[in-house]
Design a protein around this ligand. Structure first.
Ligand code: PEP
Ligand code: MN
Length: 336
């Protein structure tokens, strides 16, 4: 971190600042110029409050040189992290597809979809049991029963399963769920993130509707700081002024995140577009731009789905897409 001090900064105030920083474990080196003094902060500045420094009378500006995330930072961990889930893995050069319904509805529904996506090459099955809905009158998910049905589909097909947790109190139900999803609306539920840091189970963190990539990485850092290194990041579209699509898929997040972090990055084209017929194009784009995989919604009867039918692919659409994805991944950004 570097501070630029105001030219009127008095020596006593500067000494006081240096002493205070020292109590925080940070050394200082000042470069005194004719016009201004620049002060370099040396040591772990992750606990230093930048806004507080900025507010001091003697400080003109503050600049962070190092990113505030350490465990998630590629600088300190150059090799890709590969998250292993049963026989599947995400990261390190492959392309893993997680597919399934937005919500688990019935045993017949989730088992049929699981079989279909497995046949088409999906590595994991998704299915929501706890649904974060904008309206309290909308279908809220089957909750505990939904998890049970999802686990039946896991038993039937052998596919590892991914499901969203909305609250710490629900975690005991997730014992046999292979990947715990933190949804966009919970990306900054810090108490939940800390709790997930105590587990060793893989955690899929979706980018919040209005969160920066740095904030997403700080959420991953919360889980990693607790000791859980098994994190998968997901770009699922952000809110912009555009209304034609449900969200705006920020595909540039993929190369940016791949540079900044060693964690695997997947894309959710379903919540990004909100419209099934646009999902294949963005899925192929995600593979081309270097994503480590996808999480995509598939329903055997989208018209009657209890949640997100409009954006759900039919098993036939998914099967065609999976085939084309293999070719694109082979020539995409991961290959050069
Ligand atoms: C979901 O995956 O079903 C979901 C609710 O996604 P998001 O949190 O990205 O809106
Ligand atoms: Mn959904």
């Amino acid at each position: 971190m570097v501070l630029v001090l105001r030219d009127r900064a008095d020596a006593d105030q500067v000494d006081y600042l240096k002493a205070w920083l020292k109590t925080m474990g940070v050394e200082t080196r000042a470069v005194v110029g004719n016009e201004q003094t620049i002060m370099g902060l040396i040591g772990d500045t992750s606990r230093i409050d930048m806004e507080l420094l900025q507010s001091l009378d003697i400080v003109e500006s503050v600049r962070r040189i190092q990113e505030p995330y350490k465990s998630a930072n590629r600088k300190f961990h150059p090799d890709d992290t590969v998250v292993r889930v049963g026989d599947a893995s995400i990261g390190g050069g492959g392309f893993a597809i997680i597919a399934g319904p937005c919500s688990v509805e019935t045993e017949a529904q989730v088992v049929a979809i699981a079989r279909a996506v497995k046949d088409a090459g999906a590595a994991m099955l998704r299915g929501g049991a706890f649904k974060p809905r904008t309206s309290p009158y909308a279908f809220q998910g089957l909750r505990a029963e939904g998890i049970e049905l999802l686990l039946k589909a896991k038993e039937e097909t052998g596919l590892p399963v991914v499901s969203e947790v909305m609250d710490i109190s629900q975690l005991p139900l997730f014992e046999h769920v292979d990947v715990i999803q933190v949804g966009a609306r919970n990306m900054q539920n810090f108490e939940l993130l800390k709790e997930l840091g105590q587990l060793r189970k893989p955690v899929l963190i979706k980018r919040g509707l209005a969160n920066t990539l740095q904030e997403l990485l700080m959420s991953a850092e919360y889980v990693m700081a607790g000791g859980n290194p098994n994190i998968i990041l997901c770009e699922r579209g952000i809110r912009t002024f555009e209304t034609e699509t449900r969200n705006t898929l920020d595909l540039s997040a993929v190369p940016v995140l791949r540079e900044k972090t060693h964690l695997p990055v997947i894309v959710d084209p379903s919540h990004a577009t909100g419209v099934a017929r646009w999902v294949p194009a963005l899925s192929l784009a995600a593979a081309a731009v270097g994503a480590d995989g996808l999480i995509v919604e598939v329903h055997n009867d989208p018209k009657h789905a209890l949640c997100d039918g409009a954006q759900s692919l039919t098993p036939e659409m998914f099967s065609k897409l999976a085939e084309r994805l293999r070719g694109v991944h082979a020539v995409g950004a991961r290959s050069f």
